[in-house]
Write a protein that binds this ligand. Structure first.
Ligand SMILES: [Zn+2]
Length: 166
């Protein structure tokens, strides 16, 4: 079993803050569950908010934090949070986010390299086509505009070169 925190501390802190804040606006008759120090008991399994399909065991503090948070949201007429929107499973929390950042970094690096190579290409339509295709695969938003811009700058360079050599 994982010893990772079973609820995102930020979410929990926010839920507690919201609950306290909401509570401050209550007039009377407010009843709060007293905070009792005891080892957390796993009372529920919430679906991972990354929608990976795994369930995350949560303790009663998390359940009551969500309940009071939702009570506050309800009073304000705001949409409540579902159990599937609260916690990441350990794998998504520690794995997915860095993976996504790393993948993005790799994509940015590769895109920059491809564009740099494109700019240096001379009369190599085949290579140019494959570089442009790869940029399209990488999700470059305007491959055609890029192609035009590079062609124009090449044309401008050629003109300059010709003028110099004449
Ligand atoms: Zn997950």
């Amino acid at each position: 079993m994982s010893r990772d925190p079973i609820i995102d501390p930020e979410i929990l802190a926010d839920a507690r803050k919201r609950a306290l804040h909401g509570g401050a606006h209550r007039d009377e008759g407010a009843t709060y569950a007293p905070a009792v120090a005891r080892p957390p008991a796993i009372v529920a399994g919430w679906a991972c908010r990354a929608r990976c399909g795994r369930f995350v065991p949560v303790d009663d503090a998390a359940v009551s934090a969500l309940a009071s948070n939702n009570a506050t949201l309800r009073r304000r007429g705001e949409p409540e949070l579902g159990e599937h929107e609260i916690v990441f499973c350990p794998r998504c929390k520690h794995g997915a986010a860095p993976d996504r950042a790393e993948a993005l970094r790799r994509r940015v690096d590769e895109t920059a390299k491809l564009i740099a190579e494109l700019k240096t290409l001379v009369d190599n339509d085949l290579r140019e086509r494959s570089l442009l295709a790869r940029l399209r695969d990488l999700g470059h938003p305007d491959v055609e505009g890029l192609r035009r811009a590079i062609a124009e700058s090449r044309a401008a360079k050629n003109t300059t070169t010709k003028r110099r050599t004449i």
